[in-house]
Design a protein around this ligand. Structure first.
Ligand code: AKB
Length: 340
């Protein structure tokens, strides 16, 4: 795009720095790289960041080719999160300032491939932290998870700081990642920000390999077959969140002034807490014929080691976090969009 057109389009979106001051200069200079953009969180986050900053400013990348969802409106590249040189090359070519590292192996798959999970989850993080340490990028977002907690953690209203003895490969990698994020911030001044996501529920992209995935799958099966066989038991209460809230949290923490971010490991984030009975009851209100049955598998043990609800006082205090979407509202949105 030539520079005149760029400035004109940015004027229309209220982003012209000459009119709107120095904060807007920062926005104009911002160029974002998303690694692992085709996953569940990445898809919605890429679309939202492009809406906010402009399509051409958000470079989506993934280990797999895109099906058109992300490459239609903006730049897309195939990129391996484990390949430092390849990431550095994209950073230089696109003059990237902020990196969102979303590539990871989630809890259920990681139990099957422990070493692959550890290598992917840790090496990708080091690649991005080292780019920031060498001042090749300015800001990093890295997602942590409720999986950092374990069977010895208090399960109700789990505090920000508490016993953390994760019993899954994924949880161990996320906890180690949190320690490294804090270390890189304290030692090298790296501006890294992180959230401990609960299970995320969305309709644009499906999750892959997680323990909380049932809460997405259930909506797909409800719409298609009016029944669902759940791989977790009926009373398994877990922290969850609708994707719009998770994206809003991500944009808010990344926009917050540096000094507001007091936690440089990762913030607790609370949204909803429900079990398979609760979600099936909310579906039944709209699809009365819906039936659920239970066949718990190895994922039950993972779920049983995680908290049931989360205390997110620090996120509220430091950068104004508040969840919005209720279970009933989420069911409404999910069923409507999956039926279209
Ligand atoms: C998983 O189930 O592994 C993820 C998570 C809670 O981080 N959704």
């Amino acid at each position: 795009m030539d520079i005149l057109k760029l400035i004109l389009s940015e004027c229309k979106r209220g982003e012209n720095p000459y009119i709107y001051g120095t904060k807007k200069i920062k926005i104009l200079k911002k160029r974002i790289l998303i690694i692992g953009a085709s996953g569940q969180l990445g898809t919605d986050l890429t679309l939202q960041l492009r809406k906010k900053y402009g399509n051409h400013k958000v470079v989506a990348t993934d280990i797999r080719e895109d099906d058109g969802t992300l490459s239609k409106e903006g730049p897309f590249e195939v990129l391996d999160a484990m390949d430092y040189e390849a990431i550095e090359d994209v950073v230089i070519r696109y003059e990237i300032t902020d990196v969102y590292l979303l590539a990871a192996m989630l809890s259920a798959t990681a139990e099957k491939f422990p070493m692959r999970a550890w290598n992917l989850n840790m090496n990708s993080l080091f690649n991005v932290l080292n780019l920031a340490k060498d001042r090749k990028i300015k800001k990093v977002f890295w997602p942590s998870s409720i999986a950092v907690f374990g069977p010895t953690t208090p399960r109700q209203n789990t505090p920000q700081k508490t016993i953390m003895e994760p019993s899954t490969v994924y949880g161990i990698s996320k906890q180690a990642g949190e320690r490294w994020c804090e270390y890189y911030h304290n030692k090298y001044g790296v501006d890294v920000r992180s959230i401990r996501y609960p299970g995320l529920i969305s309709y644009k992209a499906t999750p892959g390999g997680g323990t909380t995935d049932y809460a997405v799958d259930i909506y797909h099966k409800a719409v298609k077959h009016s029944k669902y066989i759940c791989f977790l038991d009926k009373q398994t209460t877990l922290p969850m969140m609708y994707i719009d809230d998770a994206i809003r949290a991500t944009l808010t923490i990344m926009d917050a002034p540096k000094k507001a971010i007091k936690v440089r490991s990762s913030y607790n984030l609370s949204g909803l807490s429900f079990n398979p009975i609760d979600i099936s009851e909310s579906i039944k209100k709209q699809i009365p014929s819906f039936e659920i049955s239970y066949e718990p598998d190895f994922r039950q043990k993972i779920a049983d080691s995680w908290p049931q609800s989360i205390d997110d006082t620090d996120a509220t205090k430091d950068w104004g976090w508040k969840n919005k979407t209720s279970l009933e509202e989420m069911t409404d949105i999910m069923l409507k969009n999956l039926s279209d």
